[in-house]
Design a protein around this ligand. Structure first.
Ligand code: ADP
Ligand code: MG
Length: 736
């Protein structure tokens, strides 16, 4: 028999599970329901934990209160009913001469499953019952059945990998381990896309060793290096894709070179404009404040990108209230100055409407040079375009965009619809779009060029007020440059945050609302989040507003804002809240991002535990937008540990980045990565909290390899990456 050629991952993907022994149609179907169709899927299903059978632990040494996995043989089992009529199966198991009791409530079938002689793994919390270790309703994985249909007993003696429980599909961890072992044996040596020198440089074991080490470690010390290699590969693939995408875009793009004069950033507040001032200079000079150091630095970074012919792809991160809007508007104005247009995209209609109104006010005094008009200059034209703008008005805006009659258009996703065309789109600013994945950003860029009659790539600035831990940003936004506003405008006071649980505290919160309103300020009341139903949410907000207006806040002018209202109604409510005609605004989370009313000094968040930490921080950011002392009250108890930790974190910290780290710790990366994650490109093993160092190294290598020759000398890596992207993307990334 000759040497087998080492296999690529692609080849593993071509072996279907039905080709394995013991896998018939039924198993094939069960595995498919877990998303496992081939050998590659199998070997990238990683163990949750291991039982080390090479080191005997006495059952009596198991720590009470801890979770443990125990491998043991059933000695006896009895079924009965408790006095309350529940079914109870008592099982007695033995390992190494020691006994443990296991109680199963409401699982009468355990009696037939766990008869004497059955060997199984029991996973659960250990308790102590009269000196005997006990588990209640543990997870059970039968290894050797009653009829002795024992498979490969050799696996029992060493380290046993436990796979994610898949009871629903009826595949036990033990069986899964068997399939994976067979897969690895059949696969034979695996081709390693990283040559030895690179593996040495980055302290990586080879790929074959990594897969064996994670699934079938001979010793527990095999696991960490195996894991390190597999995590490295996950990050490397992702970073390679991001770096390649970036490189291709730069090669294929021709961007707009805007003019940027950095001296404009130093204009003193309130200074009069002189002849021929740039729009940015006029705009900044009209404020009563000077830029913060962070704003100035970020505008430098942006201005540099804007002036280059490479299109800008930049992420602007800044905590709520750090002054992103000034930066965004200055960016738009850089483009307008050169006679081009800007698009500003907001995630919701309310925000688009608010941005449009604020922008109009901000640019009202600015004059843009235009030889085509009488007097040689005119105002900056801002239009709003959302799905709600219809008929003649819509047509008018659309044609003004094509013939250059609009400088800035503000809108939602609707701006990307095919009918929207620009004369010369110079820059796109996206607000709060961290929910946007890499794919959508690429699409946006393509559209930008296609929609501009000038056929140049617009510059792109993505803004987010949800601070993202650095590691997550490298994964989600790895194809963007990053600017951070890490400084608050001077004079801001921390928002006093309390968690009001007792009726007395809650009473104090409402009293605060009355006091602040009496002093001429305003308050928000945020109604609880209702899962999946904007309609029910609206209903409960309506009811809450009525209740408050007749009870706690009787005598105050209480308004209402929710997602089901018409945009004209919302506009009106927001306008009334701004002027103070409405003193207290009862709202659903539609106000989560960006709403800016400086006089608002109290926010009450009902059933606060229902909200995520990032969302709570956003909501809190609706107040504290002036030099007034502001207050945030979190109402209600938290029924879960998690909820309590979130609320306590918010009380303790005002730093969005610190809160984001805590959030990542509480929720894991799944939710954070959300939209970006897709099929096999998932980070299956990597953990952004513990693997930051590996991520940094993988990114370093990815950048090196792509910069050198766009992977031309690493055909195996290209072959592997192709597994993770669709055809169209592959064509773009890997054309030679
Ligand atoms: P963000 O969008 O980052 O939450 P905004 O841009 O809405 O923050 O700014 C919050 C408030 O701070 C606004 O009222 C804005 O006018 C004000 N502001 C922005 N920059 C400065 C600054 N450099 N000095 C003082 N106030 C500022
Ligand atoms: Mg803002």
């Amino acid at each position: 028999m000759g040497e087998v050629a080492p296999r690529r991952l692609r080849a593993l993907g071509e072996i279907t599970v039905s080709q394995l022994r013991h896998v018939g149609p039924k198993r094939t179907e069960a595995l498919a329901s877990l998303g496992i169709e081939n050998v590659l899927d199998l070997v990238t299903l990683y163990p949750r934990r291991y039982i080390d059978r090479t080191r005997r632990v006495d059952l009596s040494d198991l720590m009470v209160g801890e979770e443990a996995a125990v491998f043991a043989e059933v000695k006896s089992s009895t079924s009965r009913r408790t006095r309350q009529g529940k079914s109870l199966v008592d099982v007695s198991v033995v390992d190494n001469g020691e006994t443990m009791k296991i109680a199963f409530f409401n699982q009468p079938w355990r009696g037939a499953q766990l008869v004497a002689g059955v060997q199984a793994i029991f996973f659960g919390k250990v308790s102590d019952f009269r000196g005997v270790r006990q588990m209640t309703n543990p997870v059970v994985d039968v290894v050797v059945g009653a009829s002795g249909e024992e498979r490969d007993a050799s696996r029992v003696g060493g380290i046993v990998a436990l796979y994610p429980a898949s009871g629903k599909a009826g595949v036990t961890s033990w069986e899964m381990g068997g399939f994976i072992e067979e897969s690895l044996k059949r696969a034979g040596p695996l081709l390693d896309p990283l040559e030895e020198r690179l593996r040495r440089d980055f302290s990586l074991v080879d790929r074959t060793a990594a897969f064996w080490g994670i699934h079938l470690p001979r010793d527990m010390s095999d696991v960490p290096p195996a894991r390190r290699r597999l995590v490295f590969d996950e990050f490397l693939r992702l970073q390679l894709l991001l770096a390649l995408r970036r490189r291709r875009l730069e090669e294929s793009s021709s961007g707009v070179s805007h003019t940027f004069d950095e001296r404009d950033l130093d204009v003193s507040p309130g200074s009069l404009r002189d002849e021929r001032s740039s729009l940015v200079r006029q705009f900044l000079g009209a404020h009563h404040f000077a830029l913060t150091t962070a704003q100035r630095r970020v505008l430098h970074e942006i201005g540099h990108d804007m002036a280059s012919t490479l299109p800008m792809h930049r992420l602007l991160q800044g905590d709520v209230g750090s002054g992103k809007t000034v930066v965004a508007l200055s960016t738009l104005l850089m483009a307008i100055d050169g006679g081009r247009q800007g698009a500003f995209m907001a995630p919701t209609e309310v925000l688009a409407e608010q941005h449009a109104a604020a922008l109009r006010a901000d640019v009202a005094a600015l004059r843009v040079a235009d030889p085509a008009v009488l007097g040689g200059e005119r105002g900056v034209v801002v239009h709003l375009l959302t799905g709600r703008v219809k008929g003649k008005e819509r047509q008018a805006i659309l044609s003004a965009l094509v013939n250059g009659g609009v400088d800035i258009v503000v809108g939602t996703h609707a701006l990307l619809s095919d009918e929207v065309r620009f004369k010369s789109l110079g820059v796109v600013v996206i607000d709060e779009q961290h929910r946007f994945g890499v794919e959508q950003r690429a699409q946006l860029r393509d559209k930008g060029r296609a929609h501009s009659i000038e056929v140049l790539d617009p510059d792109l600035l993505v803004m987010t007020a949800t601070p993202i831990p650095r590691t997550a940003a490298m994964v989600v936004f790895g194809d963007l440059d990053r600017s951070v506003l890490d400084e608050m405008p001077a004079g801001r006071r921390a928002i006093e945050t309390s968690w009001a649980q007792s009726p007395l505290d809650v009473g104090g919160a409402w009293q605060r609302v009355r006091d602040e309103v009496a002093a001429g300020r305003r308050a928000y009341v945020i109604c609880a989040l209702v899962e999946d139903s904007e309609r029910i949410e609206a209903t409960s907000a309506v009811a809450e507003r009525t209740r408050l207006a007749t009870h706690e806040l009787r005598g105050l002018s209480v308004g209402l804002l929710h997602g089901q209202m018409k945009s004209s109604e919302k506009d009106e409510v927001m306008a009334q809240f701004r002027t103070g005609e409405i003193q207290v605004l009862v709202a659903t989370v539609v106000i989560e991002v960006g709403v800016d009313v400086a006089q608002a000094s109290v926010i009450i968040i009902e059933d606060a535990w229902r909200f995520g930490l990032a969302q709570l921080h956003q909501l809190r950011g609706r107040v504290g937008r002036s030099d007034q002392q502001s207050y945030c009250y979190l109402l209600g108890e938290a029924p879960s540990d998690d909820g309590r930790q979130r609320l306590q974190a918010l009380v303790d910290s005002h730093d969005g980045f610190a809160l984001a780290e805590i959030d990542l710790g509480l929720r894991g990366e799944g939710t954070l990565l959300g939209a970006r994650q897709r099929g096999r490109s998932d980070l299956r093993l990597a953990d952004l909290r513990r693997d930051e160092e590996i991520l940094n190294q993988a990114r370093t290598l990815a950048l090196q390899l792509v910069a050198r020759d766009a992977l031309v000398s690493h055909a195996e890596l290209i072959d592997e990456l192709r597994l993770f992207v669709d055809e169209e993307e592959a064509k773009f990334l890997f054309r030679s």
